[in-house]
Design a protein around this ligand. Structure first.
Ligand code: ZN
Length: 70
């Protein structure tokens, strides 16, 4: 049985949705939360500061995990 931390993202009915983003230049994996009224996730590399937007929903992506080379 999976631990709560391994639960599938975005499946909960409450709380802010989130995606997982791995920044290859920093070697860091970050969890990015989105405010309910925000149209996209905004992820920022902890090393170089590059910002990447991820659109979700209609016209966007249904993926929950991303890898960014920056
Ligand atoms: Zn970076």
């Amino acid at each position: 049985m999976k631990s709560p931390d391994q639960a599938a993202p975005g499946k909960r009915g409450t709380g802010n949705p989130w995606i997982g983003v791995r920044f290859t230049c920093a070697g860091a994996y970050v969890r990015v939360y989105r405010k309910p009224d925000a149209p996209a996730y905004l992820a920022r590399c902890p090393k170089c500061g590059k910002c990447v937007r991820f659109r979700v929903g209609p016209g966007g992506t249904n993926a929950r995990f991303f890898e960014v080379s920056c």
